[in-house]
Design a protein around this ligand. Structure first.
Ligand SMILES: Cc1cc2nc3c(=O)[nH]c(=O)nc-3n(C[C@H](O)[C@H](O)[C@H](O)COP(=O)(O)OP(=O)(O)OC[C@H]3O[C@@H](n4cnc5c(N)ncnc54)[C@H](O)[C@@H]3O)c2cc1C
Length: 322
């Protein structure tokens, strides 16, 4: 069979899969074929999801997850795409986005605790907590993800970490069961929550450090915002491309190896912060991967340190391309 005919039959198969899924869900849930993921990521590169689903309820999410499970379709969760490199060929599977309003709750609970949905933007969490006079969420200012992505990545900045403020998380397993897991039960480390490699975070119960006047909290947020604006590039990026090795900074090592401004196509090692790869216009995923490979090799030569990517290669594993 020719490649063209093969791709036509693949396409028909995905059409049929999407159609069946759509028929299973309520009309408020979206099921989109060949949805471009470049536009749903901050780096703005990469291809499409064969199917993207935005469930509008817990029941529809459960049905979508169960459908993927039964049909053995790879399932991926998408947050705000701010820590992802999407391959140029896109993602062979079903991508679930918790972007519907249903997943964006912010509810005050007793003792100053907050219940937040996985789809709530960190910017909104930070602003709403400040308004409520709750201290401890200011470090989230400027991290362009949502709660689900921040839980999976244990996002951190300015000395704070996402799991510093988590009491428990609510998840759906790939089998469609919903559980509440206390923090003590989770395996959380630098930029990783092991349990969320598989389970889908639905929301979390967060605990503030203390209470204070809103104005005072907002001043702290402004200080962090200024600090970030001075030290980070404005061009599209996926944040820090490499994890910091123990006791050192990836940006310092890349800079010391003389790599600022290095380019592959339109992918460039930022002149502002060496641990950011920015998209200077029309970068492809292949450009970014080639640059990651080059930077790693040069840093290894110069300092003996092997840098590990922090950004995730969506739907694939870095070890297969590096
Ligand atoms: C300019 C810029 C600055 C940044 N600064 C920081 C920083 O200071 N500190 C920091 O830690 N990061 C930073 N980042 C990286 C990124 O914003 C964080 O890692 C963020 O937490 C990712 O959230 P997201 O919603 O965009 O997740 P995505 O990038 O969409 O996804 C990341 C991972 O989380 C998984 N995921 C998403 N939602 C869920 C869910 N509901 N359940 C289970 N898994 C899920 C995805 O499958 C994927 O594996 C920065 C990025 C940019 C572009």
């Amino acid at each position: 069979m020719s490649a063209y005919r093969q791709s036509q039959s693949d396409s028909a198969r995905w059409d049929e899969t999407a159609e069946r899924l759509r028929a299973n869900l309520s009309p408020a849930s979206k099921v989109i074929r060949e949805e471009s993921l470049a536009g749903r990521t901050t780096l703005r590169v990469g291809g499409a999801a064969r199917i993207l689903c935005e469930p509008s309820s817990l029941d529809d999410l459960r049905k979508a997850v169960a459908y993927a499970h039964q049909q053995a379709i790879p399932l991926h969760v998408l947050g705000r795409g701010s820590n992802l490199l999407v391959p140029d060929a896109g993602v062979e599977g079903l991508v679930i986005s918790l972007s519907h309003q249903q997943w964006q709750m912010f509810e005050l609970r007793p003792e100053g605790k907050i219940w937040v949905g996985a789809g709530l933007r960190l910017k909104n969490l930070c602003g709403l907590a400040a308004k409520a006079g709750l201290v401890g969420f200011e470090f989230l200012e400027g991290i362009p993800g949502n709660v689900g992505g921040a839980l999976r990545m244990n996002a951190g900045a300015m000395g704070g970490w996402m799991f510093d403020v988590v009491e428990e998380i609510q998840v759906m397993t790939r089998g469609g069961q919903v559980f509440t897991w206390p923090k003590a039960q989770l395996h959380v480390e630098y930029r990783h929550c092991l349990e969320l490699d598989e389970a889908i975070a639905l929301g979390a119960l967060l605990k503030p450090a203390s209470a204070a006047e809103s104005e005072q909290i907002k001043r702290q947020i402004d200080t962090y915002r200024d600090k970030r604006q001075k030290s980070q590039p404005r061009d599209p990026s996926a944040g820090c491309i490499f994890k910091n090795p123990p006791g050192d900074s990836a940006g310092r090592l890349i800079d010391a190896a003389g790599l600022k401004g290095e380019r592959r196509g339109d992918a460039e090692v930022s002149l502002v912060h060496a641990n950011f790869i920015v998209n200077r216009g029309h970068a492809t995923s292949a450009d970014v991967i080639a640059l990651v490979r080059h930077v790693r090799a040069r840093v290894q030569e110069a300092s003996g340190v092997t840098l590990e990517p922090e950004v995730l290669l969506y739907g694939q594993e870095w070890k297969d391309v590096l």
